[in-house]
Structure formats: C-alpha cells, structure tokens
Design a binder for this molecule. Structure first.
Ligand SMILES: O=CCCCC(=O)O
Length: 478
C-alpha cells in the first residue's frame, strides 16, 4: 500500500471529520502512536447515510451478475494485496503475521463466496393450499445497513458483513472499532478499485461510537444493523434498534466450552485445543474459554497442552518468528491478568505462564490453569487472551451440564472417539455451532452465529445473505 488512509471514507472520497477532529491509533507491540485518524462526528454519520441512501436504488437495480463480478474483483484484489493488508492488521491489532495472513485468506473468501451467492437469491412460487391463487415470494435488499465491526478481526468481520450486503443489493455505512480503523479504510479503497460505485460503501471511524451509531439507528433511511462485539454493547444497540424496529444481526460474546472425553484421540484433542484457544492469541469470540476434560485423561491432556503452550514464541506480531503477538490494548491485557490472578487466588495452579512479561507492549504469556474452582470468573467471562483454564468431569451428563451452564451459546467443541456420542452431545449443547473433533468452525461457506445471549441471525454461508434480504410475498390471482 502506498499510504495509510487516515480520513473518513464517504461517497467515494476520503474526507476529514466535519469538526476536524482526529484520534490516535497505537501499536500494541510498543504502545506508541502509529496513525492519526479522522474522528467521525454525528454530522459525518448523517453524511454517510445520505451517501448510502442516494446510492441505494441504483445498486439494488444493478444486475446480480454485475454485483457478483464486482465482488469477485474485490476477492482478486484482496488476494493480490494480502501481504500488505496482513501487515497493516498486525500493525494496528498486534496479532502475529501468521494470524494476520490467516485472517486475510479468511476475509477475502467472504468476497468470493458472496460473489457466488449474489446470483442465487431465488424466491418461491407455489400454489396456495386453497388452490385459489399463487403465492409468490421475491427477495429484495433490506436497504441501507449500518455495520459495526470489532478490533479482533479488522478485515474478516468487515468482509463478512460487506460481502453479503453488497451481494444482496444493499448499501452500507461501516463503523470500525477505533483501535483498528486502518484496515477498514484500506478495504474501502480496495472496493472502489474493484468497481464498487461511490456511496455504496462508506466508512466512518469514530471515538464517540455511541452517539455516531445511535444517530444512524434513529435515521429512518437505515433499515438494518449488523453488529459484532460484546453482549453488553449488543444489548444497548438492540435497544436503540428497537426504536425504529430495525432488522438486526447480532454476533455477540461467547464462552466456548471445549470437552475432551476419555475415548478421544488425545493428540488430535491437543492439536484442536491449540487452534481453538490460540487462534488470534485467544482474542476471538470463538476461542475455547473453558476446558472440561474427563478425569481419567485430565492430567495427561493438561501436561501435553502445557508443553505445547510453553513452546509458543511470544513477541512483536511483525517478527516472522512470532507465534503469539501482544493483545490489542492495555484494558484487554489487564482484564486477562486479573482473571488469572483471581483464579489462582481461589486455588487454581498455573502449569505454564500466568503473568505479564516485563517488556513494554500489551503482552500476556500463554497460560494453562488446572484445578480451576467452579465459581471462578474466568469460567464465566470471556477471557479474550491466551489462557486455558481446565476443569475435570466424570461423565457425559456432567460434561453437558457444565458446558451449558452459561448465558452464552456461540460455539462448543467436543472431542470423542465415539461418533454416536459426538452427535448426541453436539445436539445437547446449547450453541449455534459445534466443532466435533475439530478446533476451528469459522468458514465463509457456513452459517456462523449463536443462540442465547450470543446473538441473533447468521453470517456466512447461504443464510448470511438472507439476513440482508427481505421476503416480499405477492398474492397472485389468475
Ligand atoms: O470474535 C469473533 C469474531 C469472529 C471470529 C471468527 O469468525 O472466527
């Protein structure tokens, strides 16, 4: 990339904030300022909605094949620019280049998948049961969408929303996390290069995100909110969206259990645990948050996991040898640290890690805790860091009870050598997604989302585009 774009992106142009305000973005590896970004205001949010609303009719009327080909070009450009974009992600988010490259492949794939889906928004024609008329159902774009994305996957969470929105014929205003606005702004430029018309994609980074998003959700031209972030913020946004009865897709917090039965292949379970826990250094809503291991194999599983965790190389994300980068900011690393301290004070033992290293930056050592006490906050709150707490169980019923003992229901992981048990347990788990003998569920071709307080709606797969389409029923007499 020639330069880091530091302005807002509205109606196809980089523009400063209406009041000239800017905010700093920090390098998580050093805590130093790396960029100064235009700080979007309420007036900017309205200007972005103006642009999205003005572009809406024409984009909705663009032939599906043309929308598909535009997304396909975006996929090709993302693939060509993947290395530069991965470095930008590492710069602002801190994650290792390996994780950033993995994210880029994942992120680009949403454009390819939705390029393929754009031409498949089929409706329904059927005869009414009375035989008197036909029932015709057509799919139409929801309209202007507000997309609010988190800092942990600055590219993939944007493409997971922009891809289906554009495929469906919607226009969007994206509000990226203020820790990581640079990747989103770079994506806006890339989409313009791919041929996305002005106004179809607008990006408004803002420190005062509450006011900015609230303004958009109270603008009658906005018809959808798609949010990825914490359940706490999601509840507030759901309340705001309720004022105008806006369509919502909410991908909220998780507290993923990782179950290991005694009949599991332990090597595979440890491999899966490393992915489920350490992808993105644990900064993922899908991260395994609690490990429940059948008592007879718990010591061996813990020993092997601790061995693998202690071998991980912690360092600046930009170093090619780094396997675990710093966490995104001071608040995140201090929360991880206090959850670990509290668990240890209550009786848990750190088999490895358990502290912040002395170097500058937001680092936390890969950590395995055993003998974690049942009431510990670390088993109930999202850790969002490289810490694996282990608890034992004695039978299948207890494992399911422990796993479901949470208000969250995003993803669960199960390792067993018995397929019948695996399917039985998968069905009993209160989760929108299950990794059965697999530590990674995220896939652009699959419906991603949670039950309970982990969210509403699905992103990815065929269902992901339906979230951006309204079904219109036409009763036809002939
Ligand atoms: O934190 C949650 C973002 C989604 C992660 C994923 O898609 O795997």
């Amino acid at each position: 990339m020639d330069r880091t774009i530091t302005d807002l992106y509205i109606n196809g142009k980089a523009v400063p904030a209406s009041d000239g305000g800017r905010f700093d973005v920090l390098d998580p590896a050093t805590g130093k300022v790396i960029a100064s970004v235009a700080d979007g205001t309420v007036a900017d949010a309205i200007a972005a909605v103006d642009a999205a609303a003005a572009a809406a009719a024409q984009w909705a009327a663009t032939a599906p094949r043309e929308r598909a080909e535009t997304l396909r070009r975006a996929f090709v450009l993302m693939t060509e620019r993947a290395e530069d974009l991965a470095r930008l992600i590492t710069l602002e988010n801190g994650k290792s280049l390996r994780d950033a490259r993995g994210e880029m492949a994942y992120a680009a794939e949403f454009f390819r998948w939705y390029a393929e889906e754009a031409v498949r928004s089929a409706g329904v024609v059927t005869t009414a049961p009375s035989g008197q008329n036909r029932i015709l159902v057509v799919r139409q774009p929801v309209g202007v969408c507000v997309l609010v994305t988190p800092w942990n996957f600055p590219a993939a969470m944007a493409t997971r929303k922009i891809g289906p929105a554009l495929a469906a014929g919607c226009t969007v205003v994206l509000k990226p996390a203020s820790d990581t606005p640079l990747t989103a702004l770079a994506l806006a430029g890339l989409l313009a290069d791919a041929g996305v018309p002005a106004g179809v994609v607008n990006v408004v980074p803002a420190r005062r995100s509450g006011e900015v998003v609230s303004t958009m959700l109270h603008d009658p031209r906005v018809r959808k909110l798609s949010f990825t972030g914490s359940t706490e913020v999601g509840r507030v946004l759901l309340g705001e969206a309720a004022d105008q009865v806006i369509n919502t897709s909410m991908e909220l917090g998780g507290n993923a259990p990782f179950l290991v039965f005694a009949d599991a292949d332990l090597d595979a379970a440890v491999d899966g645990a490393m992915i489920a826990k350490m992808r993105n250094a644990g900064e993922a809503c899908t991260a395994a948050n609690r490990f429940y291991v059948e008592t007879s194999v718990a010591a061996e599983f813990s020993r092997r996991l601790a061995e693998r965790m202690s071998a991980l190389r912690l360092g600046p994300g930009s170093d090619e040898n780094t396997e675990v980068g710093p966490l995104v900011n001071e608040a995140t690393v201090s929360k991880v640290d206090s959850l670990v301290r509290e668990a240890v004070a209550a009786g848990a033992t750190a088999l490895v890690g358990g502290r912040r290293p002395s170097q500058a930056g937001f680092y936390y050592e890969p950590t395995v805790l055993c003998d974690v006490r049942p009431g510990s906050a670390i088993l109930h709150e999202e850790i969002f860091g490289p810490v694996a707490p282990i608890v034992t169980f004695d039978d299948e019923r207890e494992a399911i009870e422990l796993a479901n003992d949470t208000e969250y229901g995003l993803v669960s992981y199960v390792y067993t050598g018995d397929l019948a048990r695996g399917l039985r347990v998968s069905e009993a788990l209160e989760a929108g997604m299950v990794g059965l003998n697999r530590g990674l569920v995220s896939d652009p071709a699959a419906p991603f989302g949670g039950v309970k307080q982990s969210g509403l709606g699905r992103e990815g797969g065929h269902e992901g585009m339906l979230d951006y389409l309204e079904s219109k029923y036409i009763a036809v007499q002939w």
